[in-house]
Design a protein around this ligand. Structure first.
Ligand code: FES
Length: 863
């Protein structure tokens, strides 16, 4: 076994390692250094594994251990404490930490910039971050933080003491730990006797598995067991809505996508488990995949699942569309297409399962601890009560961690090995396995009167949901319901279809079908404006939803509808610009559509006058845990520093999935109710007298109705978020600035709220111009992060966020969803700006042919 000697954080060490390991693996697995994160190893693109090698930044996943022999390696743990404090506090105070997975790498590079005195020049800082990816923040605050640290503007404390109530820019809960890499993610957890698992994935999107030979893998060093479908004791199929997704495909069955799991290898080390997984021999009979959703509906197309390839259709109809179109002064018919994209959360999926006498504890990074619990229990044929799922705050999700990924595989291995098992996906496996954003084909026919007032819309939508249902039917429901945007359309006829193919599965992703339809309806509106002879502002001004108007689903808008306020807030920025695009957006908060939306929070008084706040909703960088502390502090007057927040599958806090921008709006209602009970108890008792007491808060919204309901006044969603964005181009056609006016109802925490919008716009710009995940014959062209087209710091324009607060009736303190709406209008506003610049109407995403996309599309994807 080879050996390497080097100085690590000031101490000389000698470590042995397996041939083929890179330095990151040696640091994490052999040296116990966890501030270096594995976001894409060994691709060297995300920057999460940055170290200082002889004082200069280097990516440890690109280094062979032998390359550091005799040299000095410094990780974030080894930086001078004063420097760590200055940087960490600056990042927290500037709101530059969201999920935090990228942050330790960025902070390590920042330490070098600080050391060299290179933080004054903003452009230079942005260029220095070229080797990093951040999917959450939109970069501005990161650069602000680095510059603040350089100017010694970093505060003495990371916490905003005294700023803890509703409306205060309270800093992130455990923010300093995140910034300095001290907050563990699942892949950082280690327990006594822990084994490691790795998955074997299908090589083909559609192939019958003829034979699985695990003998060679079982003979590899360190291998403990290899599991296949035959080892599953309970239900083999899982799914949030339709249980169609096999935990493992069995011999004799046919695969449906290249993310299907065929076997799980368990070994004493992660590296060995992954290496042995490559030795599992699979014999296939390869079949032609079904990859075109329209062709998949042909009666002669092979069925991917029993029951055919049409998963679901969703309809909305109101009025008489045919007559209204016939009587319209203007009729625009247009097809739009949007692309499949990858979430690219920086933390790949990971799970640690720890067996005990009476059950199993699972440490998950998923978006729904209770859904994880239910599905794991069904796979293992266990009582759900015997499976405790605890969330480990994850490194980003954006909807991509709603489905079960590898939690059941880790749990199965732990249960059958009777030892703790940790399973961490590599980046390429992560990209193969989890659902993407749906590519949609959208066919619109829209009428307007001579003044540009909309009269009717006929809309046909087809969504490729790939191999498994995931939440695809709900995505297409949202696409259908939001297809006319925040506009008054008296006659609608909408039909959307969700179709199975052998492409990678598609499911939830920020915006949930609505960024796609916004791109279409906003493009239609711009075309009508052109025909009428008015500008983009005036056409929207004439059609925008007002309280009392009907949304596409038939829901009547109430006084909380703040879309007009967002439109008027950007009027002068749009009207006064040379090359500008404008687009509006609406996005439901909460699932609605006939399903209950629930908020539950439990506040428990612990010894030492501390509080524990429990919820079922997930913290994934959006700041939910910070918000819940703020609410309890606001209502009780207690110090938030005495409060801890956890997400756990306790039945008393079951909330369902963290989805549809509902966690803050509903969680804050429940937290307020619980905190009010505690506050009442504190009127008669000191806190220490309440030790062990629990205060429960619950809010259940059960008044929404399903699409197509014939209820006389249907309420399909408990509330909505609203936005208008303006994109400004310079004289070269490059994006100069984005103005984003958002009605958030109540900015419970303006710092976090603004950060969510900035990050969403960053994602929306990539969606508009450069991001794509193309596949041919069901196989992705590339599994590399570098090929996705995510915007770098240097290519991200400034975003001016304008927060507008039109209070909601349901959301806590009047709040509405923020996380998804941020990117809903962005691509459409970019398209409008591009048309203003070069006169080309673009109907397909991403708009890689445009001047604004110059330099953004990865070389590998340029034709
Ligand atoms: Fe940068 Fe989440 S904070 S990836």
């Amino acid at each position: 076994m080879p050996v390497v000697s080097f100085r690590l954080n000031g101490t000389g060490i000698t470590v042995d390692y397996d041939d083929g390991m890179h330095l990151l693996e040696v640091l994490r697995e052999s040296c116990g250094i966890t501030t270096v994160k594995d976001g894409c190893a060994p691709e060297g693109v995300c920057g999460c594994c940055t170290v200082l090698l002889d004082g200069r930044p280097a990516l440890s996943c690109l280094l062979a251990p032998s390359q550091v022999d005799g040299r000095t390696v410094t990780t974030l743990e080894g930086l001078p404490e004063a420097q760590r404090r200055v940087l960490g506090r600056a990042f927290v105070q500037q709101g530059a930490v969201q999920c935090g997975f990228c942050t330790p790498g960025v902070v390590t590079r920042s330490a070098h910039l600080l050391e060299k005195g290179l933080t004054n020049d903003r452009k230079r800082v942005e260029r220095a971050l070229a080797g990093h990816l951040c999917r959450c923040t939109g970069w501005t605050r990161m650069v602000d933080a680095i510059q603040a640290a350089g100017e010694s503007r970093a505060p003495r404390s990371a916490d905003s003491a005294g700023h803890c109530g509703i409306g205060a820019p309270s800093t992130r809960y455990r923010g300093l730990e995140h910034a300095l890499g001290d907050k563990p993610y699942v892949a950082d957890l280690r327990v006594e006797g822990m084994l490691h698992a790795a998955v074997v994935l299908s090589a083909h999107p559609r192939a019958t598995v003829l034979r699985l030979d695990t003998a060679s893998a079982e003979g590899m060093p360190g291998v403990v067991r290899v599991f296949t479908a035959d080892h599953i004791p309970g239900q083999r199929h899982v799914g949030l809505i339709v249980p169609d997704w096999p935990i493992m495909v069995a011999v004799g069955e046919t695969t449906r996508c290249v993310g299907d799991v065929l076997a799980v290898v368990v070994a004493d080390q992660q590296y060995r488990a992954r290496r042995a997984a490559l030795e599992v021999v699979v014999e296939y009979r390869v079949l032609e995949p079904v990859t075109d959703p329209a062709a998949a509906l042909d009666e002669n197309a092979p069925s991917i699942h029993d029951g055919g390839n049409l998963l679901e259709r969703c309809f909305y109809a109101r009025g008489d569309v045919e007559s209204a179109l016939a009587g319209s002064a203007h009729v625009v018919e247009q097809r739009f297409t949007t692309q499949r994209i990858e979430h690219a959360f920086l933390e790949p999926e990971a799970c640690l399962a720890v067996p005990s006498n009476d059950g199993l504890t699972v440490y998950s990074q998923g978006q729904g601890v209770h859904d994880d619990q239910r599905q794991i229990a069904s796979v293992l044929a266990m009582n759900p009560d015997a499976v405790l799922v605890e969330l480990v705050t994850n490194g980003g999700a954006f909807g991509g961690k709603e489905d079960l990924s590898i939690q059941a595989h880790a749990a199965l291995a732990a249960r059958l090995c009777e030892q703790p098992v940790r399973l961490v996906l590599t980046r390429t496996q992560s990209i193969r396995m989890h659902p993407k954003r749906h590519p949609l084909s959208l066919h619109y026919t829209v009428g307007a009167d001579a003044d540009g007032r909309l009269t009717a819309a006929r809309v046909r939508i087809m969504g490729d949901t790939g191999a498994y249902a995931s939440v695809g039917t709900k995505v297409l429901e949202r696409a259908a319901g939001h297809c006319c945007g925040p506009y008054r359309v008296p006659n609608v006829d909408v039909d959307s279809s969700t179709v199975y193919t052998n492409n990678p599965p598609c499911g939830a992703m920020r915006g949930f079908g609505v960024p796609q339809t916004a791109f279409a309806i906003e493009g239609i509106l711009d075309t009508i404006a052109e025909r009428v002879g008015i500008d983009g502002y005036d056409i929207r001004d004439r059609n925008i939803l007002e309280p009392g108007d009907y949304f596409t689903t038939g829901q009547r808008m109430d006084e909380s509808c703040g879309i007009r306020q967002t439109l008027e807030a950007v009027r002068d920025r749009y009207k006064g610009a040379r090359h500008a695009g404008i687009a509006c957006g609406i996005k439901n908060t909460g699932i609605g559509n006939g399903m209950a939306d629930i908020g539950r929070v439990l506040v428990r008084v612990l010894s030492g006058e501390r509080l524990e706040i429990r919820t079922g909703y997930t913290e994934m960088g959006q700041g939910l845990h910070t918000i819940l502390r703020q609410v309890v502090a606001h209502e009780t007057g207690l110090d938030p520093e005495t409060m801890d927040v956890i997400t756990v599958s306790d039945p008393s806090v079951e909330c369902g999935m963290t989805t549809a921008s509902r966690a803050t709006a509903l969680g804050s209602v429940a937290a307020r109710i619980a905190a009010e009970k505690l506050a009442a108890a504190l009127e008669d008792h000191h806190l220490e007298q309440l030790e062990s007491r629990e205060f429960h808060g619950e809010y259940i919204c059960d008044f929404t109705v399903a699409p197509g309901s014939d209820a006389p006044d249907p309420v399909t969603h408990l509330t909505f978020g609203y936005a208008t964005q303006v994109v400004l181009l310079d004289d070269d056609g490059l994006i100069e600035r984005v103005v984003a006016a958002h009605d958030v109802g109540c900015a419970i925490n303006p710092l976090l709220c603004t950060g969510q919008i900035e990050g969403s716009v960053h994602m929306g710009l990539g969606y508009a111009l450069s991001e794509d995940f193309p596949c041919s014959a069901g196989v992705p062209h590339s599994l590399r992060l570098a090929d996705l087209g995510i915007l770098s710091a240097a290519s991200t324009p400034p975003v001016d966020v304008i927060l507008i607060e039109v209070p909601d009736r349901v959301g806590g303190y009047g709040s509405k969803g923020v996380g998804e709406i941020g990117m809903v209008p962005t691509a459409a506003a970019v398209a409008g700006a591009l048309h203003a610049f070069d006169g080309v109407r673009r109907t397909s995403l991403p708009m890689t042919d445009s001047p604004a996309a110059r330099g953004l599309v990865p070389k590998s994807r340029r034709t």
